[in-house]
Design a protein around this ligand. Sequence first.
Ligand code: CTP
Length: 397
Amino acid sequence: MKTLTNKRIVLGVSGSIAAYKAPDVVRRLQDLGAEVRAILTQGGAKFITELSLQATSKNKVHNNLWDNEAELSMGHIELAKWADAILIAPASANTIANLSAGKACDLLTNVVLATDAPVLIAPAMNQQMYASSAVKDNLSVLLARNIKLISPEFGEQACGDVGEGRLTEPSKIAKQVSEVFSSTKLTGKKILITLGATIEPIDPVRYLSNHSSGKMGMALARASIEAGAKVTLIYGNVSIPLSEESTNILVGSGEEMHQAVMENIKDQDVFIACAAVSDYRVKNIEKNKIKKENTELTLELIPNKDILVDVCKLKQKPICIGFAAETQNLIENAQNKLKNKGCDAIILNDVSKRDFGFKNDENEVVFLTKKYSQKIEKNSKQIIGRKIIEIIVEKFL
Ligand code: CTP
C-alpha cells in the first residue's frame, strides 16, 4: 500500500510565485495514493489558474467562502471534516499572518480554523521576507499550535535573490505529508477486530442479517495499521474493500465468527468487537428451499454465543473493547453492556440516526469506561477510528 492510500488532502494554494508548482505538489501527493482537493486563495489565483489545479486534482477547485452552491454541497465545514490533513503549499507571508492571528477572512483560513486534522505549511517567499521577525514570530505562533512547518529551501529565487525562501521540492513536501500518518504507537502490538454483519441461514437461499457495512471496523483497522499494529480481521458481510495489510478471515454465521475469534485470540493485545453479530440463529436450518404456502410460517430461533463476553472471560484476556449499537436510553444501555460483558471499554453508537452510524460514512460515538466518558463528535469514520485508537493507546497501552 502507498503511504497516502485512502488519505484525503486539502491543498491550500496562496499568493506566491511558487504557486506555479502547486499542480506538481498535487501529482506527487497522488503518486503516494492521496485524493486531493484544492483551495485557491485570491493571491494564489494571481499566479496559477483554477483550471490547472482542477485538471491535476480531478476535483472542483474551491475558492470562495461565500459561494452558495459550495455551501450546500462542500462548504468550509465539510471540507474541514473531509480532510485527513491540510497542506498549504505555497504558504505566503500574508496567509501565515492570517493563520497566526486566527483570522477567518477567506475559505482557506476558515477551513484551517474548522478542522481537527493535522495542518502543514510550506512557506515560499523572498528570502528577506522569510527572515523578517514578523514572519518568524507568526511561524512560532503556528508551531506552538502544532502546525507542522515544511521549511523552505535555500537557493536562487524568482526575484534574483539568493537565500532561504524557495518552496521545498514537491516530492519532499508529499513525503513530509505522508510522515504525518506514520506512527509507531502500536508497533509490536497485535489487534484482532471483528467487523461486518453475520449471516444466519434459514435455508439454502435465505438468511437473517443486519445493516452493518463494516466501514467502522475497517476505519479502526486502518488506524491500527497506521499506528504500526499487526491486525487480524474476522469479517462477515461487508460492503467495502478490506485492507491488504491485515490478515483477513472470512466467516458467515455468528457461530463461525465465534470459532474464528477463539482460534485467533491467543497473544492478541487488543480485541475490538465491532461486528454486528446476530443474537439468534435459526434452530433448524432447512436443507432445501422452503416452499411458499398460504399459511403462517414460524421460525424457531436460538441464542448465539456472545463472542465479546467469552473473550472477556479468558484467563489471559486482551484489552477488550466492545460497541453498543443503541436506539434508545443510549448511555444507560451502554453502561449496562460495559458491566455485563466485562469489557474494558464500550463505544456507544447511536444507530437510530439517518445521517451517521449504520451504513454511513460518518459516525458520532461516546467512548465509555467505568471511570471515563468522552464524546467523539460527528466526523468521517476514518477520523473517528483514529481517535478511538488514540484513546485506546492513551488509556490502556
Ligand atoms: N457481540 C458479540 N457477540 C454477540 C453479540 C454481540 O461479540 N453474539 C458484541 C458486538 O460486537 C458489540 C457488543 O457485543 O461489540 C454489543 O453488541 P450489540 O449488538 O450492541 O448488543 P447485544 O449484546 O447484541 O445486545 P442487544 O442486542 O440487546 O442490544
